[in-house]
Write a protein that binds this ligand. Sequence first.
Ligand SMILES: [Zn+2]
Ligand SMILES: [Zn+2]
Length: 263
Amino acid sequence: MIYKTDYHIHSNYSDGKASPEEFVKAALQAGLNEIGFSEHLNLFYNDLSWCIDHSRVNEYIKHIDLLKNSTDEIIVRTGFEVDYFIGREIETYNYLSPLKLDYIIGSVHYMGDSTVDNGREFYNGKDIDRLYIDYFDIVCEAISSGLFDFIAHLDLIKIFGFKYSRDPEPLYRHLAEKMARHYVALEINTNGKNKPVGEYYPDIRFLHLFKEAGVPVCVNSDAHYPARVGENFDDVYKILKAVGYNEMCTFRNRERYIVPAEF
Ligand SMILES: [Zn+2]
Ligand SMILES: [Zn+2]
């Protein structure tokens, strides 16, 4: 038995293409035990088309609360995917801490003022190895900030297929150690398969490092369409089994729980 959860879902409160109700229906069809919503939230850039409007944050939380209470067949959770910025931790903490959430996902979409995932132009003329090192450094800061329960798409910097020219293992090993130390879980994000790089986040060659460091795992789709809820999960479960994982983590009220998984 695998306790199936998908905690990384974008509804039309941010840039997803369907209502929360439609995603719940899709989660039931996919046989999930839990579905969690994680709208994009950016505290420092206004009017971003892919983020929830700040004026709708409370409405969103209430809406998902209603869904929790009206749905017996599946457990519904409330979260956010929050853009992380170095040096803005206190403001981020102050904004998020009063909210009634089950988990908070940290994301590094930005390096400086630019997003790394909105077009290949960002990479033009840049030293890719340097970018990888700098990107992983920001992710490490996000991990040690204490703000987040897990980090989205850990190695998003590979999205367009630009590769680190050396052996990237030390970069991943460092992340795994930081995550173990700061009580941050690992997300396997299946949406990378739909991107130019065509692979999961993070690079599955290094999953054993997270297992060895004692970092618990959850599998997420980052779905923006109902049809993608739970996408490729069975494939990832096989990979996790091969790596030696035998449990999954779940979230409720900002607490992490471990459930056994017989993959
Ligand atoms: Zn993201
Ligand atoms: Zn996302």
